[in-house]
Design a protein around this ligand. Structure first.
Ligand SMILES: NC(=O)c1ccc[n+]([C@@H]2O[C@H](COP(=O)([O-])OP(=O)(O)OC[C@H]3O[C@@H](n4cnc5c(N)ncnc54)[C@H](O)[C@@H]3O)[C@@H](O)[C@H]2O)c1
Length: 254
């Protein structure tokens, strides 16, 4: 059995992951961490100030973190100190936060970090790489939509999309929304929609005169992210220390 602690246990993703870990036969839910104590799926949720003692008491194999960037950096450092493997789904890290997290991980523990754990989005990213190589002279627009409670914008998935486009098409200026009189240049337009309970939509449009190619992904349920996070937890337990992505878990190449 692979023992799992979920950080952000009372959140939307934490609840979905807790339920699915609890339902699986090869993973054991041993605890949760959140801002307030409580319980979920038969195990205790401790408040974050007692997180380290929970790890020392329950000795999990993997800590799965879906919280907020600032909290995740501290959680990653704590897991690395206690030699607990990591699955990090939290998004919205600054460059400094990402570097701090990576420094704590290197040489200490294995960690799968991904802005999107769904298999569909990981395949979408692969398709985008292929499209980007072939469509360098097209105008590119990126559109993402999420529920009204999402805190970071653009989404981590959209930032990964922009990074892939930089790598495959070449670096272009990003234009976050447009207003007023302006001519389109060589920029990539980035558009963020927030409303209702949208789980997560991403679309990339490549346009030229008389034609547009669109690559899009729509998540209908958080269980697609949770399924990938559980797959990553099974894969990462016992791996060599280092930073891995869902492409490694899914064996998708780059
Ligand atoms: N990588 C992916 O596939 C993927 C998918 C969905 C969401 N996300 C990301 O996961 C994160 C969580 O998303 P959500 O929709 O569940 O958000 P949410 O707001 O519903 O849940 C986050 C939870 O973390 C808790 N939290 C905050 N600080 C904490 C701390 N110091 N210690 C422990 N818990 C703390 C909050 O109280 C909250 O319950 C976001 O960054 C989101 O963008 C990633």
């Amino acid at each position: 059995m692979i023992k799992v602690v979920v950080c952000g246990a009372s959140g939307r993703m934490g609840q979905t992951i807790g339920r699915m870990v609890n339902e699986s036969s090869d993973l054991e839910l041993v605890g949760g961490i959140n801002l307030k104590p409580g319980s979920f799926f038969g195990v205790e949720i401790v408040e974050s100030k007692n997180a380290e003692s929970l790890l020392q008491r329950t000795r999990p194999d993997v800590l799965i973190d879906f919280t907020i960037a600032q909290a995740a950096v501290g959680n990653v450092k704590m897991a690395a100190r206690n030699k607990v493997a990591l699955v990090v789904g939290t998004t919205g890290f600054s460059g400094e936060q990402r570097a701090e997290m990576e420094q704590a991980i290197r040489g200490n523990v294995p960690a799968v970090i991904s802005s999107n754990f769904s298999m569909g989005v990981n395949i979408f990213w692969q398709l985008l790489r292929d499209a980007g190589k072939l469509l360098k002279d097209y105008d590119i627009e990126v559109i993402e939509a999420h529920h009204r409670n999402k805190k970071d914008a653009p989404s981590g998935t959209a930032k990964t999309i922009l990074q892939i486009l930089d790598e495959e098409v070449g670096s272009r200026k990003k234009m976050y929304g447009r207003e007023g009189m302006m001519e389109r240049g060589n920029e990539i337009g980035v558009h963020v929609i927030r409303g209702g309970d949208i789980v997560g939509d991403h679309k990339v449009m490549f346009s030229k005169n008389f034609e547009t190619i669109e690559i899009s992904h729509r998540a209908y349920d958080r269980s697609v992210f949770a399924t990938g996070a559980l797959q990553a937890a099974r894969w990462v337990a016992g791996k060599k220390p280092g930073i891995y992505g869902m492409n490694d878990v899914l064996n998708l190449g780059k």
